[in-house]
Design a protein around this ligand. Structure first.
Ligand SMILES: [Zn+2]
Length: 252
């Protein structure tokens, strides 16, 4: 497996820079990129710099990360400066979707089972990263982020990627959690008395209902739990502290 996962839908855009990190045992903590989970910060920052090299982000690139809280808070990044990168202290507070129309800046989300969604509009020059666990999915953060891109930047040609996340194959949930998703019967599987939820599918449906054309949506179809040797999985590893990062931005 490549060290960085790239997506076909975005590869055709010359100005789109993007990627998802994979586990890599040549680096500290299997190449975790999370600063909030207690690992040695210097080692994580080292990994982060390596990741920027791997995706070909030149030295002049800024990057913004958030302090993700399973909210539906969406922040538009208008300032071209790095935040939440060498320290968690200046990460964007209480936020699970970042949108930017600035050039040479990356926005990203850290995950380990939750659904990372990358959005790109080449015509308007807008990029966004979204984090949707079951709570964010329930709050329709993917839908709301697309609507915000349309409202603020008049985006009308959005391409979307649903990056590796836990699949319905492995995401067993309780019946009380299922009740939050009765609007999506096609995303609920009931097998041998157990419920399984398809979060990537629900987010895809939300993107479509916000107006993203289905042919513009790429599903990675990689389950983090089934592919735990390549991706961190909170479920599979029973509470791992590693996180992988998905980023997107526009080159000038
Ligand atoms: Zn699976």
């Amino acid at each position: 497996m490549e060290r960085v996962l790239r997506y076909e839908k975005f590869n055709s855009f010359e100005n789109c820079i993007h990627g998802t990190s994979a586990k890599n045992n040549l680096f500290h903590f299997d190449f975790s990129l999370a600063l909030h989970t207690g690992e040695d910060a210097q080692s994580i920052v080292f990994n982060r710099e390596k990741f920027l090299e791997m995706i070909g982000a030149e030295k002049n690139f800024n990057i913004v990360l958030a302090n993700q809280t399973h909210s539906d808070n969406i922040i538009i990044i208008n300032k071209n400066q790095t935040m939440g990168w060498s320290s968690q202290d200046d990460a964007i507070a209480d936020c699970d979707a970042l949108i930017t129309a600035q050039k040479d800046i990356l926005v990203g989300m850290l995950t380990a089972d939750c659904v990372p969604i990358l959005l790109f509009d080449d015509v308007k020059g807008v990029a966004a990263a979204v984090h949707a666990g079951w709570k964010g999915t329930h709050k329709k953060i993917a839908y709301k982020t697309v609507m915000k891109m349309k409202e603020v930047f008049e985006c009308n040609d959005i391409y979307a990627v649903i990056a590796p996340s836990i699949g319905a194959c492995c995401y067993e949930v309780g019946s009380e959690l299922i009740e939050n998703f009765n609007d999506y019967p096609q995303a609920i599987k009931h097998i041998n008395g157990k419920y399984y939820l398809d979060l990537p599918l629900i987010n895809k449906l939300q993107l479509e209902s916000a107006g993203v054309r289905f042919e513009n949506i790429e599903m990675s179809n990689i389950c983090t739990s089934c592919n735990n040797e390549h991706f961190f999985s909170y479920r599979k590893e029973q509470g791992c502290s590693g996180r992988f990062l998905s980023v997107i931005g526009i080159k000038s």
